[in-house]
Design a protein around this ligand. Structure first.
Ligand SMILES: NC(=O)c1ccc[n+]([C@@H]2O[C@H](COP(=O)([O-])OP(=O)(O)OC[C@H]3O[C@@H](n4cnc5c(N)ncnc54)[C@H](O)[C@@H]3O)[C@@H](O)[C@H]2O)c1
Length: 375
């Protein structure tokens, strides 16, 4: 199969969908790989390293999109890429359709096969391709939060770890999944006091067992969220209902409960945001990550792992390469038939939406994937 790896063009996005080591594996399996020129530079990989791994270098994005049977990317296609997508071309990338009707309509119109990293599941029902980026984003959320809590950055001037004789900062984490536990590890490691809220009682039991003494947990409901917001210096939004739009756990009127210049990092922004004032705002970029509403600083970058591309590219591709090999070796149809978890990754095929979370988000027709594939 001819596999294309275009350069990412989202603002300040420096990851690439395949490192040279992954190219080498695809080539050894008999595939041809076309990498857009300089696509790997942001992640520390030169064109020469790709050539040594067996790739061909394409001088334009168009050359990659025109020829490839399967495109592997990191982020969703942007408007300037919509016209490059071929009908029946397999697109294997993060889409997060539920956060954008424009993207949903544009990709549906192309007739491509949209295999979304974020809805591929493993045998235990987990999300193996979202997980590594959630690990990065969770850890980064606290690093960014700590930075923007500094007074010169506009924050309230709190050191999360405190010092002897001064209490540490308070970190509240909404959602105790992969993002949540990674944020909690970082915040707890810095010495902050951490509270994790989740609706899954078994997850709360697990967190209670594994987290250090400076991490408490609380069942997530309106009343407990209000109480937690009152004391928070940093709030991390980390909820997920797979494939669907994030619920608004922090409503606009709740901001008045928060301390002046406290900080919210809404990692769930890629699914629309779990903070109302964030989901009503456009996502922010690494170039201008924050904005202030009611004297609370908001951070809403939808591609947080793009800030640490050397770590993120390797973490992401460690997880995606086995799936890329299956898709390339067997073709997407057989690969999905053989792996029901990969089948769940197909969000669109034959101009039909096959992910119920996406059709629910926009009240658009849903077709079961087997029916859309004529199985
Ligand atoms: N912005 C970025 O760059 C970036 C990067 C990676 C992941 N994400 C996003 O972060 C979010 C979290 O991802 P994850 O991998 O941790 O998901 P996850 O499924 O591991 O965890 C989500 C948790 O949210 C909990 N939850 C659901 N409803 C809740 C509620 N009402 N209150 C409290 N908790 C609730 C679930 O029980 C679960 O434990 C997703 O939207 C994901 O797409 C964003």
């Amino acid at each position: 199969m001819l596999i294309g790896i275009p350069k990412e063009i989202k603002s300040a996005e420096r990851r690439i969908a395949m490192p040279p080591a992954g190219v080498e594996m695809l080539v050894k399996n008999g595939h041809k790989v076309l990498v857009e020129i300089d696509g790997g530079l942001g992640s520390g990989f030169s064109n020469d390293e790709y050539i040594k791994a067996g790739a061909e270098i394409a001088s334009t994005a168009k050359a990659v999109w025109d020829q490839a049977e399967m495109i592997i990317k990191v982020k969703e296609p942007l408007p300037s890429e919509y016209g490059l997508i071929q009908p029946d071309q397999v697109l294997f990338t993060f889409f997060h359709f539920a956060s954008s009707k424009e993207l949903t309509n544009a990709i549906l119109e192309t007739g491509c096969v949209a295999v979304a990293y974020e809805t591929v599941t493993d045998a235990k029902g987990r999300l193996p391709l979202l997980e590594p980026m959630s690990e990065v984003a969770g850890r980064l959320a606290v690093q960014e939060g700590a930075k923007y809590l500094e007074a010169p950055m506009g924050g309230r001037g709190v050191l999360l770890g405190g010092v002897p004789g001064v209490l540490p900062g308070e970190v509240v984490i909404l959602g105790g999944g992969t993002v949540g536990i990674n944020a909690a590890k970082m915040a707890a490691g810095l010495g902050a006091h951490v509270t994790i809220l989740d609706i899954n009682i078994n997850r709360l039991r697990y967190l209670d067992d594994v987290m250090p003494a400076n991490v408490d947990n609380l069942f997530s409901n309106d009343s407990n969220i209000r109480e937690a917001l009152r004391k928070a210096d940093l709030v991390v939004g980390a909820v997920l209902i797979p494939g669907a739009k994030a619920p608004h756990l922090v409503k606009r009127e709740m901001l008045s409960l928060m301390k002046p210049r406290s900080m919210i990092v809404d990692v769930a922004i890629d699914q629309g945001g779990c903070v109302q004032t964030i989901s009503e705002h456009d996502p922010t970029t690494h170039a201008e990550p924050t904005f202030i509403v009611e004297d609370v600083m908001h951070y809403a970058v939808a591609n947080m792992p793009g800030a640490v591309p050397l770590t993120s590219t390797l973490a992401l591709t460690n997880a995606t390469i086995p799936y890329a090999l299956e898709l390339a070796n067997k073709g997407y149809l057989q690969a999905a038939i053989d792996d029901p978890g990969l089948m769940e990754g197909i969000n669109m095929v034959n101009k039909k939406i096959t992910c119920d979370g996406v059709s629910d988000a926009f009240d658009m027709p849903y077709t079961p994937v087997e029916e859309a594939l004529g199985l």
